[in-house]
Design a protein around this ligand. Structure first.
Ligand SMILES: Cc1cc2nc3c(=O)[nH]c(=O)nc-3n(C[C@H](O)[C@H](O)[C@H](O)COP(=O)(O)OP(=O)(O)OC[C@H]3O[C@@H](n4cnc5c(N)ncnc54)[C@H](O)[C@@H]3O)c2cc1C
Length: 423
């Protein structure tokens, strides 16, 4: 079993800009070469700005290259609950932004001819218990009325053509969702930035940010860059200013990729070839990759993400996937990896300007599409259009006891496991 991301291991090689070419100034410095930063850099470079992207590690080395491969539309959580909390107008607007975000990914793939197996496969949200169907039914009815008339309720007897598992009591199909190879997309995006005239420096951490009049000085171990504007696209960075660290909690999620399966096995377990997410509190998410591997993810060990937990997480996920698909008892796991999800208090992302620095982050595990979309939106904001930010003016509460919260994760995990067993 390789303890590395399948997407990163099977992505094309990437060569960034040589460190010696780090410039002393740029119109825009983008900090973070994940999807948010690269997408923003692409739009800015295409508009003629001088753009420098710096990353403390490798391009798409964090969440963007370590996720489940789903490009899902709509909100991650319950739409009805979002309506109750935010008001119907805001919840509906956010739902539609997520829909547009999938269109943005598709457009960038097409315009830049990125070969990454993008396809609109649809997402199935499956009820892990009969008792979960009532809430799925009510939510789908409201979603169909307000924001997604194409979503469809599937009762248990209609699931046979979708999934080869008797574990589920029905579900909802969201046809607009897509999937892609995250490594091929990310490297394609990075190469498009270089082709548009941008520069990407790997292994170049931002160690300090200082405003001086109209410029921001970005300090790195290789030199200082004076930026006309800075976009902070660092996800869960522990080096981000404390304002951001108090509002984002890194929570580990884990994924395994099986050996490539033969076509008959794929037809027997995932005949619908959709993205699948389940309804438990500690839910699972899975799909088939283009080379027929089952990519199966979820919360495994409920602790802070650490590479050393990957092997035991892999074993937990193997048991979980065999419980869903008992017809493949001897399936081999080829890859297992983990990554940090950038959780906000309400699982909604945030973007804007703080102390003269632009930012976009906090996608809370539902960000392959939003990071790409928000990167483009924030490029427009930096170019002078503040209303291009669909998350403009959203208040952003702190995580209560933010420094301590992660120590309670094992207890929180235990609570949800018991809840999933009972309800
Ligand atoms: C395990 C896992 C599974 C997921 N599954 C899905 C899924 O199936 N579908 C979905 O929609 N979303 C999913 N997500 C979420 C999605 O991957 C992220 O929301 C999205 O990739 C965020 O992109 P980003 O560019 O904002 O952040 P990142 O990809 O984390 O990029 C941030 C970059 O900033 C760099 N950086 C940090 N600090 C500094 C610094 N000081 N100086 C320079 N560089 C710095 C990092 O090295 C990193 O490369 C998942 C996330 C994880 C972790």
């Amino acid at each position: 079993m390789k303890l590395t991301s399948y997407w990163l291991d099977t992505a094309p090689a990437f060569t960034g800009t040589p460190i010696a070419a780090l410039p002393a100034k740029a119109d825009v410095v983008v900090i973070g070469a994940g999807f948010s930063g690269l997408s923003a850099a692409l739009k800015l470079a295409k508009s003629g700005a001088s753009v420098v992207v710096i990353d403390e590690g490798r391009v798409i080395g964090k969440a963007s290259g370590r996720n489940g491969g789903h490009v899902n539309n709509g909100l991650a959580g319950n739409y009805g609950m979002a309506c109750d909390k935010l008001g119907v107008a805001t919840a509906a607007r956010l739902y539609k932004v997520l829909n547009r975000a999938v269109d943005t990914v598709e457009r960038i793939v097409t315009e830049n001819e990125i070969d990454c197996h993008f396809r609109r496969c649809g997402k199935l949200k499956l009820a892990s218990r009969e008792s979960h169907m009532a809430s799925l039914r009510a939510d789908q009815a409201r979603i169909a009325l307000d924001v997604d008339p194409d979503s469809r309720l599937l009762e248990a007897d209609a699931l046979g053509t979708e999934i080869g598992s008797s574990k589920f009591s029905g579900g909802v199909l969201y046809p607009h969702s897509g999937q892609m190879h995250m490594g091929k997309f990310g490297i394609g995006l990075a190469n498009s930035v270089l082709r548009a005239g941008g520069h990407i420096f790997e292994n170049t951490p931002m160690t300090a940010l200082r405003r001086e009049g109209r410029i921001t000085r970005v300090t790195t171990p290789h030199g200082v860059i004076d930026a006309g504007a800075v976009l902070l696209a660092t996800g869960t960075s522990r080096h981000a200013p404390s304002y951001f660290r108090k509002r984002i909690m890194p929570v580990g999620s884990f994924i395994v990729a099986t050996e490539p399966l033969d076509d008959a096995t794929v037809r027997s377990i995932m005949p619908g070839h959709r993205n699948v997410v389940t309804t438990q509190n500690i839910h699972h998410y899975f799909r088939i990759a283009a080379d027929n591997r089952l990519i199966f993810g979820g919360r495994a060990r409920f602790s802070k993400s650490r590479e050393s937990t990957d092997i035991s997480s892999g074993e937990m996920l193997r048991s979980a996937l065999q419980a869903v698909f008992p017809q493949v008892p001897d399936i081999r796991i080829d890859y297992c990896w983990g990554g940090d999800v950038d959780m906000t208090i309400d699982r909604l992302p945030r973007a804007g300007e703080w102390n003269g620095v632009f930012y976009t982050m906090g996608y809370s595990g539902h960000g392959t599409q939003m990071s790409v979309h928000m990167g483009q939106c924030m490029a427009d904001v930096i170019a002078g259009n503040p209303h291009a930010n669909p998350l403009e003016n959203m208040p952003w509460p702190r995580i209560p006891m933010y420094g301590l919260a992660e120590h309670f994760l094992p207890a929180i995990g235990m609570y949800y496991r018991i809840k999933d067993k009972l309800m």
